[in-house]
Design a binder for this molecule. Structure first.
Ligand SMILES: O=C(O)CCC(=O)C(=O)O
Ligand SMILES: [Mn+2]
Length: 198
């Protein structure tokens, strides 16, 4: 952390075959704890199910889809709810920080250390060829892991309270990412991934 940095900065994280940027604290008009509480209270959280070896099982996290466009992933289509006021505040801050535009958000609620996200790329056709995906985190930090698809390369980023991670360029094409369960106890974390559905 540079104590003399006057402005919060979106800094590049050097990776091969893609673009990655990180900002320690997204500038927001409310405290992180207040945003977190509103996201917990005002989001219609769902325990979605997936098919695993022919059996229907609950995803190891809660999720919600908001914004202006339908979204299909893992063979299922999700109709959005309209953006809430606090989501619009975060979206505005993310667009100012990144210079990109977004029209949808997937929210994930990791309730404790048992919740996780399997390795995947956000490469659905409706995201376009080189999608920009902006990921904002609140609450307890979790380790975001990127694994290169063709090389034995792994990048780990601690996604702390209030942070912004931007994935862009060919990153989804060449890398997978995910969040593992933790051995040590963890409190709640909410992550919002803003996307532009074309
Ligand atoms: O929780 C995270 O940081 C990752 C979320 C993610 O990869 C996604 O929603 O596609
Ligand atoms: Mn993702």
């Amino acid at each position: 952390m540079d104590l003399f940095a006057a402005e919060p900065e979106l800094l590049p994280i050097p990776v091969d075959d893609g673009e990655l940027y990180f900002m320690q604290q997204l500038p927001l008009p409310f405290a992180n704890a207040e945003v977190m509480q509103r996201l917990l209270d005002e989001t219609v959280w769902k325990a979605e199910t997936i098919f695993l070896f022919g059996r229907e099982v609950a995803q190891p996290r809660l999720s919600a889809w908001y914004g202006e466009a339908r979204y299909t992933y893992s063979g299922r289509t999700f109709d959005p709810l309209p953006f809430t006021a606090v989501q619009l505040e975060i979206k505005r801050a993310v667009e100012a920080a990144t210079g990109r535009r977004f029209n949808s958000v997937l929210l994930n609620h990791y309730r404790n250390e048992q919740d996780s996200m399997g390795f995947h790329s956000d490469d659905e056709p409706e995201l376009g060829r080189e999608p920009a995906i902006a990921s904002v985190s609140f609450g307890d930090s979790r380790t975001f892991i990127l694994k290169h698809k063709k090389q034995a390369k792994t990048v780990k980023i601690d996604l702390t309270d209030g942070s912004l991670l931007l994935m862009a360029g060919k990153l989804q094409h060449n890398w997978r990412h995910g969040i593992n369960k933790e051995r040590q106890p963890r409190g709640a974390r909410i992550n919002l991934t803003f996307r532009l559905i074309i």
